[in-house]
Each structure stands twice: as C-alpha cells, then as structure tokens.
Write a protein that binds this ligand. Structure first.
Ligand SMILES: [Zn+2]
Length: 508
C-alpha cells in the first residue's frame, strides 16, 4: 500500500529528501562531465537509492541538460522533469534505462541479456543506464559476467548497482564501482517531508502524530509514507490514541505509569496494572519492547545528564535502570515460552519494584542500628579466606587486616564512596544505597538487598579494597551480607527519622 510513496517519489535531485552529500556529488559530476561508469548505492530500504538512480538516468539524458552541456561553460546538473526523456523515465518506458531486480532475476542469463544490450549505443539519450536493484542476490555466474563488463565498460554506459546488503557483494565488484553509502533519514528530515505531503493531501494531523510516525519509520522515507497511508484511512483528523492503536504502539503514558510503580516500589499495585493492560487487549510483546525502549532512552539521558529529565524519574539511578533493562530483556525472551504472555512482564515488574523498595537513602551513621544488625549478622571467622562465598555472605579480606571501631570507619567511609563513584558510578551509587552495618575483625560489613549487588561487590573487590586503603591508610576487608527477608523493613529508616531518633548529622 505504498500509494503516497509512489505519488510523491522525487522526480528531480531538488526534490530528494535527505542524502544531501550524495546528491551534491552526483550533480557536480554531471555538470563537470565526470560521471563514473559504475556506482554502488548501499543503504537500508526506502532511503532513496532507486529514486536517485532513476533521477541520475534522467539528468544524464535530459534534453535540457544535453543541450546546455553542449554550450561551453554552461551546465544544468538536475533533470528538468518536463522533457520527453524525463517524462519517459517517470512513466517507466525510457528505452535507454534498463532496470533489473536481482531479487527476482538471479540467473546468469539475465546478466547476459544486459550485456547484449550494452553492445548497442543509446537510442534516444546520451547514456544507457543499467540499474540492478538488490545486486547482492545475483548468482556467482552472474557476478562473474557482470565483473567482465565492469572491467571494460563501453563509454556510453552507466551502471547503478543498489543493495541493502553490501557484505554479500563480492569485493571484486565493489572495487570497480564508486560507492555511495545512503544514510537512514533523520526524524527531522522525515517529519518535514511528511508534513509537506500531509498538507498537499489535506491531512491536518497534530505534531505528535508526525513524531510517532517518524519514530516508527526506522529512517525510511518509504516506511514513513506507508504509515501515513495507513493513518489516512482514519480520515483527515485522526486522534493520537487511534493512531497508536492502528500502529500497535503503546501509549507512552502507560509505560511511564509502569516505571513510576517500579521506581516507587509499589509492587502491590502491579497486578491491578497488568489486569488493566489485559482488559485493553495489550500485545505484551510490543509492550515489553516499547518499555525497553522507554527505559533505554531514560538511561541514555541520565548518562549524558540531560536537563529536561522528568522529575518523577529523578530518583532512578543509572544502575537501577540497568537492572530494570536486564530484567525486561529477560522477560522479553520468556514471553515466547510462557503460557500467558503477561506473566514474565509482571514478574519482571515486581522484581524491579522490590529492588527499588530497598532503602533509597540511609544516614551513614546510625550507631544503634549498626549494633542491632551486628546481633543478627552471621559470625565471620577472623581467618576467613579471600572471597569466601556463601548464599548469605560474601567476605573479601585484605591481607593483614587491622581492627577498628565502627566510628572510625564512619570517619572515612563517605570519602571512600565518593572516590569509588568517580571511578565506577554505578558501583558507588549501589554502595551508597547499601547499609553500612558494622565493622568487626578489620572488616567493614555491608548489607545489600540483592544477590546481584553482592556479586557486584565481589567482582569489584580490588577497587573497593584499594580505595579503602588509599583513603584510610589501612588494610581492611569487607563483607557483603544479604538482608534476610524478614529484615526487609528494618533498615528502611529515612534520613529524617534517623536524625530525629539519633540526633546525628548527614554526611553526604
Ligand atoms: Zn528533462
């Protein structure tokens, strides 16, 4: 249903959307009479390869150009779009333009036929132009026949080979062509083009509809216009919600709602949220994919510290988002084997929300709490070996452990965290969220909520121990303990609660 795409196919270089450098180069070559014998156009589908190849055929043979080019110093580098040649190319019946779709004609015979054509001089125009689309589909024999022709091309012939899969084109062919890499179009280029066409078609759509089309077009003019075709079936004044439904695109408000539930640790509300999605007839595979994209965008903007971040996600740290994305990558895979497609997503959401339910911030100094945790902590043998692991406790000792009190640790701990954060942001953030529960036998005891965090500490033990040594001047070990499930609520004192109870001060 590429109605609009066919209707608005560019007919001159001036009408081409994007690909400015390629167009400019070709125009220069035409005006200077330095046209190559063989071009190779590579790039994704619907980015203008065939359109530009046809315009090149026109411009090389355009009656206006032929006349002007014969005048000394005079040149026109675009097709006029009006002469008999331009009209014939547009109508698909220009005798000196031979188009082959290699996807449907892969035989060696077809290339032989082309070579037969090559012997004859152009009938009407100045050049015979051969466009071989999806050239990577040619058989080996056909490539060899083509190669022979490319080695000794007649003067009046121009080849344009086009492909979406350059890696399947033999290097011997590539080396005999001038290669142009067509780029995916930017959202801005697509949007401008869509808006122009919509205006001509009397389709008055809101800005956000055009944005949505561009997001789903994958940089392809053809795809953007076939989406617009689809939308136009809704009439001239479509609503964004109808367009989303039509395209099977998830309402971003739902994605945002899910992330808020996760970020605020509201796991109890998740089943109801998923019931709502079920009632709406949601395609969970699409929802999962869109949620991943949503989280990915947020992660990227966090990493580059974009200012316009929505404040409702301000509490989500980079490592939270990485954790969430990992969970939803897994659920995406699990959907395929799940008897009911919502289950993997619900599980991923609950797991993610429970991680966020872990205390977000603690006062680094809460003496009473530390003592309480020490009472319930598993006893660590002083002679514990390096990296002794148990499901509950991970112990990393530095050689020659020294003894010191909790208060002594707390003097330098914030500096340790800061320094680690500079080197490994996610690790630093995770350690800051973790509870410092004590210091015993020369070992700093930390409590974390997830095995994942515990493993991260183990994996980064060298950095942690080295930083502790640098900051404190002491050889200290570290132990990372998982909160027992029953303790889930116990460390969740807010900073303010703790300050009130213990009269401490926040060390940032
Ligand atoms: Zn013309």
């Amino acid at each position: 249903m590429a109605v609009l795409y066919r209707k608005y196919r560019p007919q001159t270089f001036g009408q081409v959307v994007g690909q400015k450098n390629i167009v400019k180069t070709l125009q220069n070559q035409i005006s200077q009479g330095k046209v190559a014998h063989a071009y190779l156009f590579t790039g994704g589908r619907g980015v203008g390869k065939t359109s530009i190849a046809r315009i090149l055929a026109k411009a090389l043979n355009c009656k206006k150009n032929v006349n002007v080019n014969e005048l000394p110093g005079g040149s026109v580098e675009d097709a006029c779009g009006e002469c008999e040649v331009c009209k014939a190319v547009e109508a698909g019946n220009f005798i000196d333009l031979i188009e082959v779709d290699a996807a449907s004609n892969t035989g060696v015979d077809n290339v032989r036929e082309i070579i037969e054509h090559i012997k004859f001089a152009p009938s009407v125009g100045k050049y015979k132009v051969f466009i071989i689309d999806e050239v990577h589909m040619l058989s080996k024999g056909a490539f060899n026949a083509l190669l022979k022709t490319l080695e000794e091309p007649p003067r009046h012939v121009v080849f344009v080979l086009a492909t979406t899969e350059i890696h399947k084109v033999p290097s011997t062919i590539i080396s005999r062509t001038q290669k142009f890499d067509f780029k995916a179009l930017s959202a801005e280029e697509l949007k401008q083009n869509l808006k122009n066409i919509a205006q001509k078609e009397s389709l008055a759509y809101a800005e956000e509809i055009f944005d949505l089309v561009c997001q789903n077009a994958g940089g392809s003019v053809r795809d953007s216009l076939s989406i617009l075709d689809k939308i136009s079936t809704l009439g001239g004044e479509a609503e964004i919600s109808d367009v989303r439904a039509l395209l099977g695109v998830t309402d971003s408000a739902l994605l945002s709602e899910l992330l808020i539930l996760i970020a605020e640790g509201r796991s109890a509300e998740l089943p109801e949220f998923f019931d709502k999605l079920l009632e709406m007839g949601t395609d969970f595979e699409i929802f999962n994919k869109d949620f991943l994209e949503f989280a990915r965008k947020l992660l990227v903007s966090k990493l580059i510290k974009e200012e316009f971040l929505e404040s409702k996600f301000a509490e989500l740290e980079v490592n939270d988002l990485i954790f969430i994305i990992r969970l939803f990558l897994k659920s995406f895979k699990d959907i395929q084997i799940s008897p009911s497609p919502d289950i993997p997503l619900l599980l991923a959401s609950i797991e993610a929300s429970m991680k966020k339910a872990a205390p977000v911030s603690h006062p680094p100094v809460v003496a009473k709490e530390i003592r309480k945790e020490q009472e319930t902590a598993k006893v660590v043998e002083p002679e514990a070996q390096l990296e002794v692991r148990s499901p509950q406790l991970s112990v990393i000792d530095s050689s020659g452990s020294e003894s010191l009190t909790v208060d002594e640790v707390l003097v330098f701990w914030p500096d340790v965290l800061e320094k680690i954060r500079e080197i490994n942001g996610p690790l630093g953030s995770m350690l800051k969220i973790a509870t410092l529960s004590g210091a015993e036998n020369g070992r700093i005891a930390i409590q974390v909520k997830y095995l994942f965090d515990q493993k991260t500490i183990e994996k980064n033990s060298n950095l942690i121990l080295k930083t502790i040594k640098e900051v404190s001047g002491k050889n200290l070990g570290i132990s990372a303990k998982l909160y027992a499930a029953k303790h889930e609520d116990s460390p969740a004192l807010s900073i303010n609660d703790a300050l009130q109870v213990f009269g401490g001060e926040v060390i940032e």
